[in-house]
Design a binder for this molecule. Sequence first.
Ligand SMILES: Nc1nc2c(ncn2[C@@H]2O[C@H](COP(=O)(O)OP(=O)(O)OP(=O)(O)O)[C@@H](O)[C@H]2O)c(=O)[nH]1
Ligand SMILES: [Mg+2]
Length: 256
Amino acid sequence: MGKVKSWYPGHMVATQKIIRELSPYLTAFIELVDARAPELTRHGPMGTWVGKTPRIVVLNKAELADQTITDAWMRWYRAQGVGAVALTATHPKADRVLRTAITERVSAPYRLAVVGLPNLGKSTLLNRMVGKNRVATGAKPGITRGPQWIRLDGGWEWLDLPGVVTPSRSKDWRLKVLGVVPVAPDEMEDLAEKAWTRMHPNACGEPEAWVEWGRQRGFLTSGAAVDLHRTAQAVLIGVRDGQFGRHSWEVPPDGL
Ligand SMILES: Nc1nc2c(ncn2[C@@H]2O[C@H](COP(=O)(O)OP(=O)(O)OP(=O)(O)O)[C@@H](O)[C@H]2O)c(=O)[nH]1
Ligand SMILES: [Mg+2]
């Protein structure tokens, strides 16, 4: 648990300063959230950091979310007067979808900065916009360590930034399941059980169903008992990769 508590590295403090200082010079902020839990993964204090500069909310990893719930979120953002678009940064068409969403809302010159919590796909989206792998990405939070300006076609300029976290919110277990906050080894089994139960509502009353899944996969110790740690790891990877189907972890405040 200690590791998680001290999880607010210096580069995140530096990022806040950059966002505040650059805000007047930018056309818009591209605010990344996870389509499976958009408001939970939306950075609260960002609103005050960006000032009057427009924000476009991008609900990324949409292919992992429940489509009906994502549609409800899109209606909710529209009702709030917030420009939002749902996409999948790993999909080849994502750049076209995003360019359209941006040009419909703000005009040239396009000087953009991508902001949001860690591990949401900010750098993946940039690579998609450039059409090649220009910046590092990875399946754990904290890959991007410093700001990086990249030029895109059409004279667009795009600033990739490290993810920032809201320490007060980082205790929510769903942020750990979504990969935004690192998971300490001693909490992995508890998280896997919670995640599994949420994703398999029909297995209600069978709290050990995730353990049985591990047994079937052959995750056994030398004594032929189920290796709970390995099973928990596999469950969390399965959630990350959509192995258990599409699932949303948060519904809009006004319901579906
Ligand atoms: N399934 C899915 N995975 C995605 C998508 N976009 C990004 N990822 C994955 O999410 C992980 C994090 O991506 P990054 O682009 O490094 O995330 P980031 O927001 O730049 O993270 P930090 O630099 O740590 O703040 C990687 O494993 C990506 O492959 C998506 O649309 N769908
Ligand atoms: Mg990054």
